[in-house]
Design a protein around this ligand. Structure first.
Ligand SMILES: *Cc1c(COP(=O)(O)O)cnc(C)c1O
Length: 378
């Protein structure tokens, strides 16, 4: 069994994907070009944003977004404590300080209440300027936009949405990656919309930011890449990846519908006595980057992993460690010591992500659920 079944996806859509890749090779135009522009147009229309700028990966996308809005030395940027490392790393890359914020226990997303406490702390007890918040659409479920928007308006913060896992999800009918003042996503192969290598994109309605990003991502180009008006970087989506993504866009929505069915079936089959299953209702529509359950404690979670493994069922712990405990951020530990991370610390000990993809069969879902119920019931 595959954790994220990219092999079956390829088998099913081989002709379509192969044709796109072959066209790129035939044209021998491997960087930028028509396909990248076509993809950017399709993506911005899909998300409902004026601009889409593709780049080398999701981490660069976050960094480019932060650079465009002018985040730098002396700035505090608020990041959920439970996310992939890159959400915090990008903040440090532009010279700002990541202030980690505890999460909500049901959604695993940034808690508005903890965010406000963290902002107040930074204002009163540090020399940093609160400038931006990076809410993450964790596991495919968009963050609570209305709650975060209220606080960002109150304290005059930019919202930089980390939609690396959220692409394809919705909040009140609005697509993920249209929820921030500026939003970043990743096309890493295992993400909801994945290419066959690294890739990423930034979305915004702001013309000025879009221009700056288009310059920074190609060595700070002016009129062309041999006229350099600022220090930039080299972060482009290559054309073969654009071809793969153009192909995958044609069946992406279908896949998300099936992922939602898969999640519903898991929820139905896994006995609530043994595990808390994700409930995504009301204003939210998830793209199911991960399907994550909570076990009673660390010991039973770790035992379950081993038994599933013996049965040939892969599972993963997203995430083992809260961000404020990562060694890379230990320089800020005095700040983190003044905030609390009770929920994030607890979730790290009890979470377990199960196989999830549009190509998981009903039979496989049932088999995984039965194994969980049996193991936890013993
Ligand atoms: C994957 C991921 C990223 C980084 O994307 P890459 O394309 O791997 O650089 C950033 N944030 C989150 C939440 C992610 O899951």
């Amino acid at each position: 069994m595959e954790f994220r079944d990219l092999k079956t996806q390829y088998k099913k859509h081989k002709d379509n994907i192969d044709a796109q890749v072959q066209e790129v090779i035939d044209c021998a135009s491997f960087i930028s070009g028509k396909k990248v522009t076509e993809l950017e147009e399709k993506l911005s229309e899909y998300v409902g944003r004026k601009h889409c700028i593709t780049c080398g990966n999701g981490t660069d996308a976050l960094e480019l977004a932060l650079m465009a809005i002018g985040i730098g030395t002396g700035d505090a940027v608020f990041v959920p404590d439970f996310t992939f490392f890159a959400s915090g790393e990008a903040v440090c890359r532009v010279g700002a300080v990541p202030i980690f914020v505890d999460i909500e226990k049901d959604s695993f997303n940034i808690s508005a209440e903890s965010l406000e406490k963290a902002i107040e702390y930074v204002r009163k007890c540090t020399d940093l300027r609160p400038r931006a918040v990076i809410p993450v659409d964790l596991f495919g479920r968009p963050f609570d936009y209305d709650a975060i928007k209220n606080i960002s308006e109150k304290y005059d913060l930019f919202i930089v949405e980390d939609g690396a896992q959220g692409f394809g999800g919705k909040y009140k009918g609005k697509r993920a990656c249209s929820l921030g003042d500026i939003s970043a996503t990743s096309f890493f192969p295992a993400k909801p919309l994945g290419c066959y290598g690294d890739g990423g994109a930034i979305f915004t309605d702001n013309d000025e930011w879009a221009d700056v990003i288009r310059s920074i991502k190609v060595h700070g180009k002016g009129v062309d890449k041999y006229d350099n008006i600022r220090i930039g970087m080299n972060s482009r989506l290559d054309t073969i990846q654009a071809g793969v993504l153009l192909s995958k866009m044609t069946f992406f929505d279908e896949e998300i519908v099936r992922c939602n069915e898969v999640a519903e079936k898991y929820n139905l089959y896994i006995d609530e006595k043994y595990a808390i299953t994700p409930s995504i209702t009301g204003d939210y529509y998830s793209s199911w980057a991960q399907y994550t359950i909570l076990l009673g404690n660390k010991k039973s979670r770790d035992m379950l992993i081993n038994i599933l493994k013996k049965e040939g069922i892969p599972s993963m712990i997203y995430y083992q460690k809260p961000m404020h405990c990562q060694k890379a951020f230990e320089g800020y530990k005095d700040v983190y010591a003044c905030l609390d991370y009770i929920v994030a610390e607890d979730i790290c000990n009890r979470c377990l992500s199960l196989p999830m993809s549009a190509y998981l069969s009903d039979q496989e879902i049932e088999c995984i659920a039965i194994q969980i119920n049996k193991t936890m019931g013993e």
